[in-house]
Design a protein around this ligand. Structure first.
Ligand SMILES: O=C(O)C(=O)C[C@]1(C(=O)O)C=C[C@@H](O)C=C1
Length: 302
């Protein structure tokens, strides 16, 4: 049985994602995204489940930063979960002066809180379930949680189906140390983090390397390197799998344009959306062109 470290404690959305991505495996709850990844890096778990991006609040910066530092880990699978919250309070609790949750969760219920708990002060907690624990301990008066948290913590459900955007969703990754990659399916996502040289046009060069090969981006984010003010790392997700000749060609080109390129994995997309293949940019086109060039090099063709 594999050991999966996840961003907990029990009852987080990440725990639900871990159950989808690694059914029946042993789950180990840790307090932060960074700890989940460190546990894998230090051999305390075989893989980690972490949130990567939400359709309303965008990327989870802690995940991007922790994936770009220390020893490399690669994503081997993803899950997308619909996100709506329950608001939990202490049984028989009085006035609600503070309402706690993960900042990403608070950002998704801002309007609901203003309309329904206008007097309550929002407080950031390390996760949605950590907020529930805080309510039990008397630290906060209410917690914005995953609905399943009500099964783990002895709290009263004040409201359900809480969400400012009805069809919000979060994407989660299962990451593990580099090893055998999942097979390509035709509906895959590849992720890299690029530390580009700080000069005119470097980001354009990276994007052009992908555009020239007809590769569709699915996400682009920048995070500071934390070394020099104004210096960034670019997180680029695109359609396709590194086992495909067109993607391998693009990766090689990206490597030439970067001071440092980290491969963050190729894995099937949870939404099953197949890669866009532009005319003349299919895998057969890349293979055929390489065969032609090889024959030219051998003097067999001109
Ligand atoms: O705190 C949790 O329950 C989490 O799993 C984290 C997280 C996030 O980081 O976005 C996951 C999904 C929701 O969007 C809110 C919080």
């Amino acid at each position: 049985m594999s050991r999966i470290a996840y961003f907990g404690p029990r009852g987080t959305f990440t725990e639900q994602a871990a159950r989808v991505l690694a059914p029946g495996e042993e789950l180990i709850a840790v307090e932060t995204v960074r700890q989940a990844l460190t546990t894998v890096r230090e051999g305390g778990a075989d893989a980690a489940c972490v949130p990567i991006e939400n359709s309303v609040e965008g990327v989870v910066p802690a995940t991007l930063d922790a994936l770009s530092e220390a020893t490399p880990l690669v994503a081997v699978a993803e899950a997308i979960l619909p996100i709506h919250f329950s608001v939990l309070t202490r049984r028989g609790g009085g006035e609600i002066r503070t309402v706690a949750s993960h900042p990403h969760a608070l950002g998704q219920v801002r309007e609901w809180l203003e309309a329904n708990l206008p007097g309550a002060h929002p407080v950031a907690s390390s996760s949605t379930s950590a907020a529930a624990v805080g309510v039990l301990d008397g630290e906060f008066d209410a917690a914005v949680c995953a609905p399943v948290a009500a099964e783990h913590y002895d709290l009263e459900v004040l409201a359900t189906e809480v969400a400012d955007v009805g069809d919000a969703a979060t994407r989660f990754l299962l990451v593990r140390p580099p090893g055998e990659l999942p097979e390509p399916t035709g509906a895959d996502r590849t992720s890299v983090v690029a530390a580009a040289v700080n000069r005119t046009g470097t980001l354009a060069e990276l994007l052009t390397a992908l555009a020239d090969r007809g590769i569709n981006l699915t996400r682009l984010d920048a995070r500071p390197t934390r070394n020099n003010f104004g210096e960034y790392r670019f997180f680029i997700d695109f359609e396709g799998h590194v086992a495909e000749p067109r993607i391998l060609d693009a990766l090689t080109a990206l490597r030439r344009h970067c001071r440092n390129l980290r491969f963050l994995g190729s894995h099937p997309r949870a939404d099953g959306i197949r890669s866009t293949i532009e005319d003349g940019a299919g895998n057969d086109d890349f293979v055929e062109a390489a065969v032609w060039a090889d024959a030219v090099r051998k003097g067999e063709l001109a």
